[in-house]
Write a protein that binds this ligand. Sequence first.
Ligand SMILES: Cc1cc2nc3c(=O)[nH]c(=O)nc-3n(C[C@H](O)[C@H](O)[C@H](O)COP(=O)(O)O)c2cc1C
Length: 352
Amino acid sequence: MRHSLYDLAWPIVRRVPTEWAHQLGMTALKLPVRLGSRVEDPFTWQGLRVSNRVGVAAGFDKDAAVLGGIAGMGAGFVEVGTILTRPWQGNPRPRMSRVLEQRAVWNRMGFPSDGLSAVHKRLRRWRDPALALGCNIAPHPLTIRTASEPGFVDRARAELEELAETLHEVAAFFVINLSSPNTKGLRNVLHGEGFAQELVGPVHALLRDLDQDAGRPAATPLLVKLPPETADGAAWTPDALAGLVGPLLPVCDGFVAVNTSIHLALKSAKEAQPDFPGGLSGAPLLPLAIEAQQVLAEMAPEHLRIGAGGVMSPADACLLRDAGAHLVEVFSGLIYRGPTLVGDCAAALRAG
Ligand SMILES: Cc1cc2nc3c(=O)[nH]c(=O)nc-3n(C[C@H](O)[C@H](O)[C@H](O)COP(=O)(O)O)c2cc1C
């Protein structure tokens, strides 16, 4: 790969604490400067149209604060969020760090969010069709805390429906995220019985109604974001992954795989505590992301499949594509390789 300005700045960037560096990066992305090259490689799925196959993963721009900068990197799409119904401060700091020797990132952010109203206002101002807007949504951490109390499923569903209803006018696609390891109890909901029927199915049906009311000629896809492991952080077996995916097949249009890993965090990050380990992303996640795509390609051949996890180079993006992903997302790779990674990956995917 050719060297970029970011490579030159890296010896300084790597010494800045990770969350500060991310904030600095976000400030830079607000400047009217084009940070990458735009590759045209259109792809269409139901009502989703992207200008190329590389997007920025959820968590990078949680509040739709730097859409112009992400478009300037040359991304074909972005997953904004995770968006919550109301503002939330997330977990206490430190909650994000680099694991340099592994080209990995540890985080335990816990869904800091400006909340639906603020994010919706920013998304409504977005006009550039070259960057398709995905909305990544989840129930509020305060609601998740009541998961063992009566009426939880109704409360969680009402929040997902509120998010879907408000954001429908701006969203090219939706992703339900119940696979973050950083909100205690969230993954238990994902693995709980009835998750597909009681939470995902109704949101899917609501989106079809909203599509019809809005006269949209094609459906707004609803995807589910998957973890790279079981609820207690053990490695997936294809059977276990199949057990999670099977019930979701009739009630969603696709999958984003994968979220960050608890077991890799416990292995590699000094900040990971056994009772609240956080999640690891970056290079060590790639084999898990590839495996997930291979299982999905078999189990869900008709569904939209987005690959995320450990894409640090154009060759990694091609590995995820070859494993079955229609589209590919980057996050940790941006921290290690800088903004030109997006255009480089898009060019590699277009070249085939
Ligand atoms: C700091 C940080 C925050 C994240 N926040 C979210 C989030 O809010 N919602 C979500 O679905 N995924 C979130 N993720 C997971 C990413 O979207 C992605 O699935 C994961 O990082 C794997 O991709 P990567 O190896 O390219 O980073 C976050 C990841 C990081 C590193």
